[in-house]
Ligand binder design. Sequence first.
Ligand code: AMP
Length: 437
Amino acid sequence: MPSFKAPRGTRDILPAERATWGRLERTAADLAARYGYREIETPLIEQTEVFERGVGEVTDVVEKELFRIAPRTEEAESWSLRPEPTAGIVRAYVQHGMQTWPQPVKLTLVGPMFRYDRPQAGRYRQFWQFDVEVIGDPGPAVDAELVELGLRFYRDVGLEGVEVLLNSIGDAACRPAFIGELTDYFRVHVDRLPPLERERLERNPLRLLDSREPVMQELNALAPKISNLLCEACAAHFAEVRAHLDALGVGYRREPALVRGLDYYTRTAFEFYRRGAEGQQQALGGGGRYDGLVELLGGKPTPGIGFGIGLDRVVLALESSGVAAEPEPHPVAVVVGADPDGTVDRLRIATRLREAGLAARAELGRRKLGKQLEAAAKEHAHFAVILGDELGDGQVQVKDLEAGTQRLVALADLARELARAHGAHRHGPDETEGRPS
Ligand code: AMP
């Protein structure tokens, strides 16, 4: 028999771990709603050109990492799996005429992204992002609001010690001079450049700055910094972003070498790291301003800013910092009975309990009552509802599996009785689960 496995760089998230993901998604959705973001979904595939134009043709993400879908003969278009969400969201903004909506348009999504990358811990070919985008606001105040939201997300999910590295990477006015200096600098060291970097030196020298080649780390450390070459407008914008962060009491670290790997960024750029883990190229999230992107994708000139937080890495960081996995929900009741042919009664009663809003499972197999009770205890059900002879009188035995007590309850009162007893237990003085509410 063949033995099938999830494709390299992808993985299954099994139920015990998925519960933590659910918690992150709920935190993301709650926070995004509180900050005024509206939910959007865009397709996992886009026309390849959306990414080529949006992300930039001469970037790792497009040149090396794009999952291209082999074109079908009956379709002329070339598609790719999305490597990041911003280009697709901006494509949707333009397509649906969102520039006529009240500005700015604030959008959020959580979903999978795909990059054909070399897999390793924290680097996958399918990974998830919590993404927010603000389109139609030139900042600088909203830039600070976004950074504050990102940091709050990490705090709310229980991850301590996350800091933000902040930079401004200029705009169309000041970047040409910077690119000129950069090109001059790398030309001096051209002999040390790896082949791809050497080729990129002529096509997109900015991308040398986020190269992951070891020799480039050294060269980049001494490369010219955009922060010294910002035009007056960009410098003033950056100063205002920082002033707003200061006023909010949000700490940040200026990182003049931060550039971000995608072409569409302008001005504010930031990345989130765990303190002390900056060198490992394992950002927990990143974002920035993209004032030229809407226009690049066919809309009117419109500023924008957003971030993507990598949920896979947040889960890894929570695990490594000892934050307990989110417990899976347990059933309130399991309906069991000694009669192997009693599945109709068990299913009917479980169905009624679910109708009343309770998590209930019915034993639908033919195993012995003792085994049924064992299974119920193992899955941490609070109660076993045991069907026996009393059923003829409209009554059932209710066994509290946590307290070990048992009593007769009228069927007519069962749902109400279980809800009351379960609620009293959960919210009572001996609450032990300690879950965040
Ligand atoms: P980027 O737009 O490349 O900065 O990605 C934003 C965030 O997504 C990063 O900071 C990571 O947390 C996460 N991320 C990017 N690529 C991967 C990957 N291959 N595997 C897991 N997470 C990733």
